[in-house]
Design a protein around this ligand. Structure first.
Ligand SMILES: Cc1ncc(COP(=O)(O)O)c(C=O)c1O
Length: 385
């Protein structure tokens, strides 16, 4: 058979080049100031690199235990118990993952079966729906709308069916910067009580919650914790998104299944990075001060944009803030974003990219995970719009 005849049947036929790639390439071509990506453009603590280097020199260069280096699992369990009051067993209920992405993927692959339904909220992180489809299951979106993007719990209730296997939730939320409040937690408890629905809780921005509000980890709420898989990311917490280390927390019966997938997907996460992260976690100030660190950046960007015509929406957490522009231009958000790059030299993300049906509410996402000079320069350009 000639080689060109080898055309695999796609498991994800609707997935093409994403707007993120398009924006990234256009931004690079126009040398735009980049407020689009969630990755920090500033360095991690030098100690963290030193610890990783030391771990390599000490010979920690072979496979880590499948569930993670025990010192790191113990540090994670101790942190979670201190902050959220739930004691996960480091042996059975904590697994170090090769990124939060791998944690999410392993959890969905382990727990969602063909024909199941998974409720998730749009705008959504781009991997959620494809992960579900790869299991032969159906992603069931619940739409959040500008400007407040509150969760319509009545609609969630209406979408729960006997086939609902999982609710996938993300707080602090990318891209809206919303965080769950007490009423959301009560609604989630009420809707899931007496069901076998699993909550997959993407908490990668757990340490980035503003204005003194608490982070409502599922592990903080006993009834939710017993049906939840919590996913977290060291990349987001320690400014090392390229290291690809995160973790999952779950009751043992759920974790047993998740580990079966993790074991055969990657076996284990990077060894020297795990030693380095365990050592850094001995000084909790690094992550405990993260909300303050990012709140200053949020406030700097808000202040630098005070003369802009964009209408900023309040960010309560995460690396992101939304801005409405419908009163300035009737352009589609992707066209508006492309024009900002080409004419004004500043890159942002159109929020329609986070809806599978491209819902366009004339809103763009700005990332403030950038050094102050970049934030100020980006804001100056946005003030010209
Ligand atoms: C909401 C959300 N979940 C998960 C991830 C992925 O985290 P990681 O880099 O650890 O895979 C991101 C990264 O941007 C994110 O914004």
């Amino acid at each position: 058979m000639p080689l060109q005849a080898l055309k695999p049947k796609s498991k994800l036929p609707a997935v093409g080049t994403t707007i993120f790639t398009v924006i990234g390439q256009l931004a690079a071509r126009h040398d735009a100031i980049n407020l689009s990506q969630g990755a920090p453009n500033f360095p991690c603590k030098p100690e963290l690199i030193r610890y990783a280097h030391e771990a390599m020199l000490e010979g920690h260069n072979q496979y880590a235990p499948m569930a993670g280096v025990m010192a790191l699992r113990e540090a994670i369990a101790a942190k979670v118990e201190t902050l959220y009051g739930h004691a996960y067993h480091p042996g059975d209920e904590v697994t170090v993952m090769a990124s939060a992405s791998e944690g999410l993927f392993s959890a969905v692959t382990a727990l969602v079966h063909p024909g199941d339904e998974v409720i998730f909220f749009e705008p959504a992180f781009d991997s959620y729906a494809p992960m579900v489809e790869l299991q032969g299951a159906t992603p069931v979106p619940v739409k959040l709308s500008a400007p407040d993007f509150a969760i319509p719990w009545d609609e969630v209730r209406a979408k729960i069916s006997p086939r609902t296997r999982m609710i996938l939730i993300n707080s602090p939320h990318n891209p809206t910067g919303k965080v769950l409040g007490d009423a959301d937690i009560e609604a989630l408890e009420r809707l899931t009580a007496g069901t076998d629905i699993v909550i997959l809780s993407d908490e990668v921005y757990e340490h980035v919650v503003f204005d003194g509000a608490p982070h409502h980890s599922m592990s903080r709420h006993p009834e939710l914790a017993e049906r939840s898989v919590v996913v977290a990311s060291f990349g987001k917490t320690f400014h090392v998104t390229g290291w690809r280390v995160g973790y999952c927390l779950a009751p043992r019966a759920l974790m047993d299944e998740i580990r079966k997938v993790h074991q055969f997907a990657v076996f284990s996460a990077d060894t020297p990075m795990q030693y380095a992260l365990a050592k850094l976690m001995e000084t909790p100030a690094d992550y405990l001060n993260l909300s303050g660190f990012y709140q200053k950046k949020r406030d700097l960007l808000v202040d630098a944009l005070k003369d802009s015509r964009l209408k900023l929406l309040q960010s309560a957490g995460s690396f992101f803030m939304l801005a409405e522009y419908g009163h300035i231009s009737g352009e589609a958000d992707s066209a508006f974003v492309q024009r900002l790059i080409v004419e004004h030299g500043v890159a942002t993300i159109p929020v329609s990219a986070f809806y599978r049906d491209g819902t366009d509410q004339r809103v763009i996402r700005l990332s403030f995970a950038k050094d102050d000079a970049t934030l100020i320069a980006g804001a100056e350009r946005l003030c010209q719009v």
